[in-house]
Design a protein around this ligand. Structure first.
Ligand code: PGA
Length: 253
């Protein structure tokens, strides 16, 4: 049975003190909710990774992740953070290819393929994001674009490598806009992604991949989204910044 995940993407929010409070609250509130094949991941800013990894501790189904990493091993790349730095502070997973990275930092499929490789080389689980902007959805190009994003970044992987990552479908028009994809729209796209993976690998491999939905997930809409057969959880931005809202979303899985 594939894993179900609720991941909170804090983006560039919170001071260290606020981050400690939020992580402590989340840990206390969701600890009893994460059972069976459910995992909770907090994707926090780089400066807080070491401290929050310790705060969350081991022996729980809650973990701490980064929001990006460099495609390079090490060296003269001022301001960058490498995959081995992340593992050295106890981080287990990393968001790669978030639409904000694609849009504001020019990350494309070729670069993301390299980032996926280096993350996996160091034992990190990539949470690979894909999703279409509004104009592409409006011109009905969303299926083709998302399939291409998946191909460019992932199709060079072996089946064994593919099974060691998580995909997040995040329509750009739904991110931070309060405009969620309907459960039907989410299910349709998740099924398209899974079918595309099955066409390259096999149905059995595709059936093992956790595919999260992201884009204005709230306590009010999470249950309906998570009830879709191909939606295996969520990548939650705004609503992950409040422990109560995030806990309600975790309870919906
Ligand atoms: P949102 O962000 O929940 O605030 O829409 C989701 C994301 O960007 O991961």
């Amino acid at each position: 049975m594939r894993k179900k995940i609720v991941a909170g993407n804090w983006k560039m929010n919170k001071t260290l003190e606020e981050a400690n409070i939020l992580a402590t609250e989340v840990k206390g509130m969701v600890a009893d909710e994460v059972k069976g094949n459910v995992e909770v991941i907090l994707c926090v800013p780089f400066p807080y990774l070491a401290q929050l990894t310790k705060l969350i501790g081991t022996g729980t189904r809650i973990s701490v992740a980064a929001q990006n990493c460099s495609q390079h091993e090490s060296g003269a790349y001022t301001g960058e953070v490498s995959a081995s730095m992340l593992t050295s502070v106890g981080v287990k997973s990393v968001i790669l290819g978030h639409s904000e990275r694609r849009q504001y930092f020019g990350e494309d499929g070729q670069l993301l393929a390299k980032k996926i490789d280096i993350a996996q080389k160091h034992g990190l689980t990539p949470i690979f994001c894909c999703g279409e902007p509004l104009e592409v959805r409006e011109s009905n190009g969303h299926e083709d674009l998302v399939k291409r994003q998946v191909e460019e970044a992932l199709f060079h992987l072996s089946a064994a490598q593919l099974q060691k990552l998580v995909i997040a479908y995040e329509p750009v028009w739904a991110i931070g806009t309060g405009k969620t994809a309907s459960a039907q729209q989410a299910q349709d796209m998740h099924a398209v992604i899974r079918k595309h993976l099955a066409s390259k690998y096999s149905q059995a491999v595709a059936d093992e991949i956790t595919i999260l939905y992201g884009g204005s997930v709230t306590a009010a809409n999470a249950k309906e989204l998570f009830a879709c057969p191909d939606v295996d959880g969520g990548l939650v931005g705004g609503a992950s910044l409040k422990s109560r809202d995030f806990t309600e979303i975790v309870k919906s899985i």
